[in-house]
Design a protein. Structure first.
Ligand SMILES: [Zn+2]
Length: 263
């Protein structure tokens, strides 16, 4: 599924997070790190060194053949994992800047971030919510999927679950890395959504960003609904950013909170 396009080992860090979350890098397939999903918090330290890496992987292409890539930054093993998806609805792109900011910061030592800035590059290019097939990717995941709307509607589920290359890419990545926490950025409700994972984690992100925490409707075929069902020991939630692009300070507010979330 994944084609490696760049590997850059930028140094080693003291991996303070070991114990039951530990992984053996030697036993790990180069592109298929298996991360235990049975806990959402780090385990106390044991002296053990893991490389701190920055690794970009091209996962596949959108309907219109635009590349979709994820970058892994942080300890190669032993740390909790956090996936950030900057954009799934093309006309809600503010989270892309938050994702990119995480990639420009110093490499984290306490958490392994998987940063996927843009899952819907065709939608972003066209400034449309759906992908180039007219499908709302956040109604295309295989939990409580049902057919909604038709092509041309604002919200169209697609003809079947995972009918779209973009949703298949995210689905495969998530099953591969089983992130302890996943944040999906949307706009523009300006709220952290209680999306069905561990409420304490959602609440903590809301506190760190000074956002309101609220429960938005849970839609059939949503990415977070599927994740929280398929990987029940993990937490996936939606962050609805404010309207419009974030300024530099706003970007920092949301990216710093990601880095502090699992401390
Ligand atoms: Zn959205």
């Amino acid at each position: 599924m994944a084609i490696l396009i760049a590997v850059l080992v930028v140094g080693t860090g003291s991996a303070v997070l070991a114990g039951s979350l530990d992984r053996d890098p030697a036993a790990r397939p180069a592109l298929s790190p298996a991360v235990p999903s049975t806990t959402t918090s780090p385990v106390p330290a044991r002296s053990h060194a893991a490389a701190v890496i920055r690794k970009k992987t091209r996962l596949g292409h959108s309907v219109k053949d635009r590349p979709i890539a994820v970058t892994e930054v942080g300890p190669s093993s032993g740390a909790p994992t956090l996936l950030v998806v900057g954009c799934i609805h093309g006309n809600e792109p503010a989270g892309i800047a938050v994702a990119r900011d995480l990639l420009s910061d110093p490499l984290p030592q306490h958490v392994t971030l998987w940063v996927l800035p843009d899952l819907n590059p065709d939608g972003v290019a066209a400034d449309t919510r759906p992908n180039a097939h007219g499908v709302d990717l956040n109604r295309n995941f295989p939990f409580r999927w049902r057919r909604i709307g038709h092509r041309g509607d604002t919200i169209y589920s697609g003809p079947r679950a995972l009918s779209e290359p973009e949703s298949r890419i995210a689905h495969a990545l998530i099953l591969q890395i089983k992130p302890h926490v996943t944040i999906w950025f949307h706009q523009s409700d300006n709220v952290v959504d209680e999306s069905g994972g561990t409420l304490a984690i959602e609440r903590r992100y809301a506190r760190l960003t000074h956002m309101r925490l609220a429960r938005l409707p849970r839609y059939p075929g949503s990415a977070t609904g599927w994740q929280n069902h398929a990987l029940p020991a993990t937490t996936a939630f939606v962050v609805e950013l404010p309207q419009g692009p974030l300024n530099a300070r706003g970007v920092e507010r949301f990216s710093d909170a990601i880095l502090r979330l699992l401390r």
